[in-house]
Design a protein around this ligand. Structure first.
Ligand code: FO1
Length: 314
């Protein structure tokens, strides 16, 4: 029993995914990544969460901005602007290569799984990074303006419109071969939900055909690392989304959201006071430093998540 399946969104999830890849050998880890944020922009297929994970594993990510590639420049965007093209969503000059390489191969008929394997291989990433699905599942957010595609709400509207509902267009959809294979592995030892937004980064994965059922009937521990620190989301709209749903911004809400799935929740020291109430829900809790600023932080938190899952490190 040695394989670990990690479910990840972008940014925070990508950091823990990088930590897991630093402490586990390639054959022992599958990272399945949300593709609900994906969209077509300027004729290119953009997969923000896959790219966050890939750039983090390749050590190319821009730590400060939180998305995209380091040492970026924006000259193509400037020229696109001069040509009257949309500028609300920024594709950097270096990042653009990823979107071009992905898009033409998808258009040539390769699956997103094949393209992702090709691109990770080219970047020297030995670990398996797989899209959650090869089918285009797209997160949409209901606002007073109606249903908005995720990136139009997230970047275009800066997450400002109140969220009345969330749906995943394109369902029913099958999990990718890599995610389905990981779920079915006889040597699967643990499942880790990375510190990603439960509503828009993890729920799309759980909504794929058979995934929630597979997790519910699993025989291995499932550990989540909370995306909250001190009752706030480090980055992104999670706190706002919880408030708009009338939910408290704390780990009880996270535990309740994953009710029936979760064995263990890893929370930050700043939220340690909630541990006993989470435990009262039948979920084990570990308290740790969950903010990942350095490679050491990422590896340490990965080890702690694996320890919480009772995973025996080699
Ligand atoms: N986020 C922004 O806030 N503004 C952008 O212009 C932007 C461009 C972008 C381009 C490629 C990419 O992979 C990610 C990008 N992101 C941008 C981040 C992305 O919108 C979100 O971080 C994720 O979708 C949420 O996980």
């Amino acid at each position: 029993m040695s394989h670990v399946l990690a479910l990840s969104g972008g940014v925070g999830g990508a950091k823990l995914a990088a930590g897991l890849s630093a402490v586990l050998p390639p054959q022992d880890l599958t990272i399945a990544v949300n593709t609900g944020d994906d969209f077509e922009h300027l004729g290119l297929t953009v997969c923000p969460d896959i790219d966050s994970v890939v750039y983090a594993l390749a050590g190319l990510n821009d730590e400060k901005r939180g998305w995209g590639i380091a040492d970026e420049s924006w000259r193509t965007m400037e020229r696109l602007g001069a040509l009257g093209e949309a500028q609300w969503f920024n594709l950097g000059d270096r990042d653009m290569a990823m979107h071009i390489a992905r898009s033409w191969r998808l258009r040539a008929g390769e699956s997103l799984s094949d393209v992702t394997a090709r691109l990770t291989g080219a970047l020297g990433i030995a670990h398996k990074v797989v899209p959650m699905s090869d089918a285009p599942v797209r997160t949409q957010v209901e606002t007073e303006q109606g249903w908005l595609d995720f990136q139009h709400w997230f970047v275009g509207e800066q997450c400002k419109p109140e969220v009345r509902g969330i749906r995943f267009a394109g369902l029913p959809a099958k999990p990718s071969p890599g995610l389905a294979a990981a779920l079915a592995r006889p040597d699967l030892a643990a499942i880790v939900i990375c510190p990603s937004n439960p509503f828009v980064s993890v729920d799309p994965i759980l909504a794929l055909e058979g995934v929630r059922a597979a997790l519910e009937s699993r025989r291995v521990p499932l550990v989540a690392v909370s995306p909250l620190v001190g009752g706030q989301a480090i980055k992104g709209p999670l706190a706002k989304m919880l408030a708009e749903r009338g939910m408290a911004c704390n780990n009880l809400a996270i535990a309740d959201h994953y009710s029936g799935l979760l064995d263990h929740l890893l929370v930050d020291h700043a939220d340690g006071a909630q541990a006993h109430e989470v435990r009262a829900r039948g979920v084990a809790v570990s308290v740790s430093a969950t903010v990942m600023c350095t490679a050491d932080d990422r590896a340490r938190l990965a080890r702690e998540a694996l320890l919480a899952a009772g995973y025996a490190m080699g």
